[in-house]
Write a protein that binds this ligand. Structure first.
Ligand SMILES: [Zn+2]
Length: 217
């Protein structure tokens, strides 16, 4: 209420198209974003590390994830987390999974300090509000700096991310009794997700899969 009153005085613009809007993202952009939504989110929910994914990493969805990360529009992450949670709650293979802990893929501490937040954690927060899952925002820590994955081939990606994550010591016991769902903004080759899952599994923690907002074709 207060927010909508304030917005009458403080003209807010949509972070994606700059049109004035009463919402965090204008309805025109929301509609366009939904064009990138996959019909079947659980088509990759199989194998060693099952993947649940909301949409296609291109066009407006790609633009919106960049605006979340680099222009720091956390509201975009909150909205995408809600959509991911709604899709999860409507998907037959996963919706009945109970009592899991959601752990976002961590950023390099320096990058997180510069950015001020971890976009995967922002997405995970609203995802957990919708699904009712427990969020453990700092269940994993990144203990080694890595290069950006962009431009690396699959073998280089694997080597780059090797042993980059560690389970937070104080949470090891607690996590051992609850299966974990990893969560990230973008899933590319799966090298990062596989390495994160490996660090949990090496401590005897069960990892059921990873949920991500977007995946390139
Ligand atoms: Zn817009």
């Amino acid at each position: 209420m207060l927010k909508s009153l304030l917005s009458l005085f403080l003209q807010e613009n949509c972070p994606l198209c700059d049109r004035p809007t009463q919402e965090e993202i204008c309805s025109y952009c929301q509609k366009q974003l939904k064009n990138y939504k996959l019909k079947n989110h659980q088509q990759f929910w199989q194998g060693e590390l099952p993947l649940f994914v909301w949409g296609q990493y291109e066009g407006k969805l790609k633009q919106s994830i960049a605006a979340l990360k680099y222009d720091k529009y956390q509201s975009i992450g909150e909205l995408l987390g809600i959509w991911l949670g709604e899709s999860w709650s409507n998907s037959s293979k996963v919706k009945s999974i109970k009592s899991i802990t959601v752990i976002p893929i961590p950023l390099d501490p320096k990058k997180q300090k510069d950015r001020g937040f971890n976009q995967a954690e922002v997405i995970a927060r609203t995802f957990c509000q919708i699904t009712g899952y427990r969020l453990q925002g700092n269940g994993l820590e990144k203990v080694r700096s890595t290069q950006a994955m962009f431009g690396l081939n699959p073998t280089e990606r694997q080597a780059n991310i090797k042993q980059a994550f560690r389970v937070r010591k104080s949470l090891e016991k607690q996590l051992a009794s609850n299966p974990v769902l990893l969560l990230d903004d973008i899933y590319t080759t799966g090298a990062t997700a596989t390495e994160a899952a490996q660090s949990l599994r090496s401590k005897g923690i069960k990892v059921i899969g990873i949920a991500a907002i977007a995946k390139p074709n």
